[in-house]
Design a binder for this molecule. Structure first.
Ligand code: CU
Ligand code: CU
Ligand code: CU
Length: 353
């Protein structure tokens, strides 16, 4: 009897501790593919797991993350875990010729570290960043849930990840040319797709929405119509004094969390207020924009996204609900330019107007 109690107790303790800090083990590849940023505009990318943004990695503060990266491309790469402290694991910081040798084509490397910084982080390649981050889509979100969330965070009903980036069409197809000097961003996107090739966010009145904004390679002035947003976290960390904005300025590499009370039913635009970032190839009406649609508001006939096929995971809302792990997203898939594209994929990429 005593023995059985002891075993039960040990099992209980084991599960309890396991719930507090887990080993999260993933495999990840890098693939040489094309990404369709806007209809008719594709970019040669080095895509983590074949997608841009790279897969969502969602863990809890204190977890050990182990990622075995296999490089299936023709150039060398790494992963830098932006924001992670890497205490006693500086060799896992992902900087070529500083903390490791870059991972050569065909080779693998295993990163192992403790997710010791909570919040909205991201990861990116650290090889020749002016090309690999700026032109080739080598970035993805890393969300580390805090051990002690703030009271406001606990009220969040809808989580949205927005990665805003620029693209340079002049060097879109020139691997290894770096695009410098003279690189010019002339396409802009959220989660790798230019408006209206991206998606709306659907909300309902009463939602407490958290926007996790990540700017991998451009300065951003994010503006949401019709609401004030409470900026609660900067680079993952809670601000001592959260503040309200209707425009949020960001520099490349920065992350902000904003919590928005969805209390104003309507159909609302949100966009980068750097006006050139709302263009594509110099034409207006593209780029880093999206729309927030309240449930119950009828879509007028003129609405550009009336009858738009809806993808509820385009901003990783559904993936974030699935619990801890690595979450791949079919909407972010890049494609092999040497293979014919399946018709279904092209249909999914079309937009409804
Ligand atoms: Cu790289
Ligand atoms: Cu960084
Ligand atoms: Cu506006």
């Amino acid at each position: 009897m005593a023995k059985r109690i002891a075993i039960t107790l040990l099992l209980f303790l084991g599960f309890t501790f396991a719930a507090h800090a887990e080993l999260r083990k993933f495999e990840m590849t890098i693939e040489e593919l094309d990404l369709e940023v806007a209809p008719g505009f594709t970019v040669s990318v080095w895509a983590y797991d074949g997608q841009v943004p790279g897969p969502l990695i969602h863990v809890k503060e204190g977890d050990t993350v182990e990622v075995t990266l296999t490089n299936n491309t023709t150039m060398s790469h790494t992963i830098h875990w932006h924001g992670i402290y890497q205490t006693k694991t500086w060799q896992m910081d992902g900087v070529p010729d500083v903390s490791q040798k870059a991972v050569e084509p065909g080779d693998s490397f295993t990163y192992k570290f403790v997710a010791d910084k909570p919040g909205t982080l991201f990861y990116h390649c650290h090889v020749n960043t002016a090309e690999h981050i700026d032109l080739r889509g080598m970035w993805g979100p890393l969300i580390v849930d805090p051990k002690n969330p703030t009271p406001l965070e606990k009220k969040v009903t809808k989580d949205v990840i927005l990665m805003l980036s620029g693209w340079a069409s002049a060097v879109a197809k020139d691997y290894g040319e770096n695009g410098l000097p003279g690189r010019e961003f002339d396409f802009f996107s959220i989660n790798g797709k230019a408006h209206p090739h991206n998606q709306p966010v659907r909300v309902k009145k009463g939602d407490i929405m958290r926007l996790r904004l990540i700017a991998p390679n451009i300065p951003v002035a994010f503006h949401l119509h019709g609401h004030d947003s409470l900026v609660t976290h900067k680079d993952g960390l809670p601000l001592p004094k959260p503040y309200y904005v209707d425009v949020l300025p960001m520099q490349p590499g920065e992350r902000y969390d904003m919590i928005v009370e969805m209390n104003n039913p309507g159909i609302w635009m949100a966009h980068d207020h750097n006006e050139e970032h709302t263009t594509g190839a110099g034409k207006e009406g593209g780029g880093a924009m999206l729309v927030f649609e309240y449930e119950g508001i009828e879509h007028p006939d003129f609405y550009m996204w009336k009858d738009h096929p809806y993808d509820p995971d385009f901003y990783m809302t559904e993936s974030l609900k699935k619990g801890y792990g690595k979450h791949n997203n079919p909407s972010f898939k890049a494609f092999d330019p040497t293979e014919p594209r399946p018709a279904a994929k092209q249909a999914a990429g079309g937009h409804g107007h």
